[in-house]
Design a protein around this ligand. Structure first.
Ligand code: IPM
Ligand code: MG
Length: 355
């Protein structure tokens, strides 16, 4: 029986996770899969209860599970805590503990949402790109790190580091994915300044040798940030190191109308953790107005990548598209002439389309 670990998390995390679970249960009975679920507390809530943002038991559950669903972690309540026990450490601990090195973040424009974008229609119409972000290396995990005293005051250090095998395995993921799409990979680096990313460019180029059918280009990260708002349709697969991918994927998400729309998968083979790319949004937590679509689309990615069930995945995506087509919107994607609905009502509408 396939096991799904549920990490609802903090802020709006539990609200959007609840809608994801409803969709999973609906798919479960429709396709007769037999999912079972186990809660795995992580983040600030877990810290309050267990004194750590990633209790051993939660990590064990995640390791045993076929897939992990995560809502969101963090909030102002925990911002003063030491780095080692911040809610974000729970998320990063899951990523590294499960060796989920490949983060897939698709940014696809739903036609009815073109008006919700802050950019002009002619720029954003038809966007369909994927950020493939390396997730377990780079400055996020590099050592030495920390803040120390020195004669002149304090000194903060973080280390950007990549090894050849780390770069090679993520590059392969990007090339493989491109083969199923428009066969274009744009690798992002800062090779004009940073040696680590000079190595990145070198290894990506070497790895490309085995994928002659895929078109490879390289772009400096500053230019990539600019090109994303200038002409986002030029991109198919964007391959990025961890930190650059964190930044560029937020930018890419906004092109499609709202960060509340974008799902993600963090993979190692078919093992995966699935989460909306948005955060815990403490400002709207508890109000029942959060957009659950990123979570629901993360469920579609889970069905696709972990369970290899493309029909079910397409079913979920179609349900979301239909609801948008009919003019229903949560507050973040609302525009004149559409119907504003709550988190749970959006969930109801998606379930109705699935039935
Ligand atoms: C993301 C988030 C995380 C990251 C935070 C919450 C640690 O911004 O998933 O993009 O920086 O990776
Ligand atoms: Mg981020």
């Amino acid at each position: 029986m396939p096991l799904i670990a549920l990490c609802a998390g903090d802020g709006i995390g539990p609200e959007v996770a609840a809608e994801a679970v409803r969709v999973l249960k609906a798919i479960d009975s429709k396709y007769r899969i037999g999912f079972s679920f186990e809660d795995a507390p992580v983040g600030g809530g877990a810290y309050d209860k267990f004194g750590t943002p990633l209790p051993d038991k939660s990590l064990d559950t995640a390791k045993r599970a076929d897939a992990v669903f995560l809502g969101a972690v963090g909030g102002p309540k925990w911002e003063k805590l030491d780095y080692s026990v911040r809610p974000e450490r729970g998320l990063l601990g899951l990523r590294s503990g499960l060796d989920l090195y490949a983060n897939i973040r698709p940014a696809k424009m739903f036609a009815p949402l073109v008006a919700a974008s802050t950019l002009k229609r002619e720029v954003v119409e038809g966007i369909d790109l994927v950020v493939v972000r390396e997730l377990t290396g780079d400055i996020y995990f590099g050592k030495p790190r920390g803040v120390e005293k020195y004669a002149g005051g304090k000194r903060g250090v973080n280390t950007m580091v990549y090894t050849t095998p780390e770069i090679e395995r993520i590059a392969r993921i990007a090339f493989e994915l491109a083969r199923k799409r428009r066969k274009k990979v744009c690798s992002v680096d800062k090779a004009n300044v940073l040696e680590t990313t000079e190595l990145w460019r070198e290894v990506v180029t070497q790895t490309h040798g085995a994928y002659p059918d895929v078109d490879l280009s390289h772009m400096y990260v500053d230019n990539a940030a600019m090109q994303l708002v200038r002409n986002p349709r030029q991109f198919d697969v964007m391959l990025t190191p961890n930190l650059f991918g964190d930044i560029l994927s937020d930018e890419a998400s906004m092109l499609t109308g709202s960060i509340g729309m974008l799902p993600s998968a963090s993979l190692n083979g078919t093992k995966g953790m699935y989460e909306p790319i948005h955060g815990s949004a403490p400002d709207i937590a508890g109000k029942g107005i959060a957009n659950p679509i990123a979570s629901v689309l993360s469920v579609a990615m889970m069905l696709e990548y972990t369970f290899g069930n493309s029909p079910a995945a397409r079913d979920v995506e179609r349900a979301v598209a239909n609801v948008l087509e009919k003019g229903f919107r949560t507050a973040d994607i609302f525009s004149e002439g559409t119907a504003k609905v709550s988190t749970t009502r959006m969930g109801d509408l998606i379930l109705k389309e699935l039935a």
